[in-house]
Ligand binder design. Sequence first.
Ligand code: LLP
Length: 424
Amino acid sequence: MHHFYYAEGRLHCEGIDLDRIADEIGTPVYVYSTATFVRHANVLKEAFRGQDVLIAYSVKANGNLAVLATLAAEGCGADVVSGGEMQRALTAGIPASRIVFSGVGKTAAEMKLALEAGIHQFNVESAGELKLLSRVAAGLGLAAPVALRVNPDVAAGGHPNISTGKAGDKFGVPWTEAEALYDEAGRLPGIRVVGVDVHIGSQIGELAPMRAAFEKVVGLALRLRAQGHAITRIDVGGGLGIPYRSSDSPAPPADYAAMIAEATAGHGFEVILEPGRVIAGNAGVLLTTALYEKQAPDRTFLIVDAGMNDLMRPALYGAHHEILPLAEPAANSAYKSYDVVGPICESTDKFATGRDLPEVQPGDRLAFMSAGAYGAVLSSAYNARPLVPEVLVHGDRYSVVRRRPDFEDMIRLEEVPDWIRTKA
Ligand code: LLP
């Protein structure tokens, strides 16, 4: 469910004609819908009525401050994987008491930052990390609230690059070693064991593998309690998929949340969710302008002004994003097959191969749909292209929430050492 639709022949985001944003801000540009973020956060929240739940939005999906502030106002917390993400969350008004810190490679400096801020939970992924966290916390005279991220050895399906819950993945503590590590955690200074954490992958459309993982984890939590650990929290990670194609039908968010509520109910656990894509994915689009059509012997290239530096997902994962013209196609429009490519000097700078689109003329504008998660956050300034700007729509208003850098901004952090003499 999202708030991008055709009205009077033009693609809109809520009450705003997207052409207006393209005119006023230029392309490429990301556009986000406040109503979509809010709706997704609330669908998840509603399934847990009467149960203790923390919706810790996964900042990595879209960490724009305005997006985080929108979700903070809905009562969301944050799942962060770096000191920078934590500072973003805090800056956007998410209290430390609603932040969980995940990730396999936390540094001592990041641990210190998080401990001093008073974050809700560290999701610890290895014995080495546990020992370091113990030293850092004890050194500060603090106790780190810890859940161990366990690897339930469940295949989640989906793209191998984003599957994380099988034995052999780099993530989590192996299932067979988890109880021994909890024992060790229970004895370490500076560590307060509070929960069990799991995350089996991303863009998962089926509930069955998730349910299997969560049931295993609840079983483990109950065994740990019986062994004397004060386990009060179950963190189920993120991972629910979204429909990128109209033919996709991933489990609806309400069913997903209801499944979690059911699988974890009855034991007084605080349930923590770390949704990223399901909240942000369909809340954003990337607008682009067609530059040229180029005919090759066997195909037609459509060269657009967005590149793989602006939206990496097709190049990284072969991901599919629907492409909609901003001008609604007439019912009888002629369709043509295009390879839609960007201006970057890389063969992987390709958004779609053999995509049937209503005929496109140079100057026409298009929207890459479902680009709100893992879009802007993965963008770069490769080929010295300015980092793509971001716009947030709210009803019939919009605001630039990250402006397009000018050339001065782009070179601000660089310096030419004084031993280099340029010839006059
Ligand atoms: N929690 C942890 C520990 C994670 O590693 C992730 C995502 C999430 C939560 C949020 O997962 P979500 O609800 O968004 O599926 N760049 C890739 C996706 C990478 C996901 C990484 N971890 C993509 O564009 O498909």
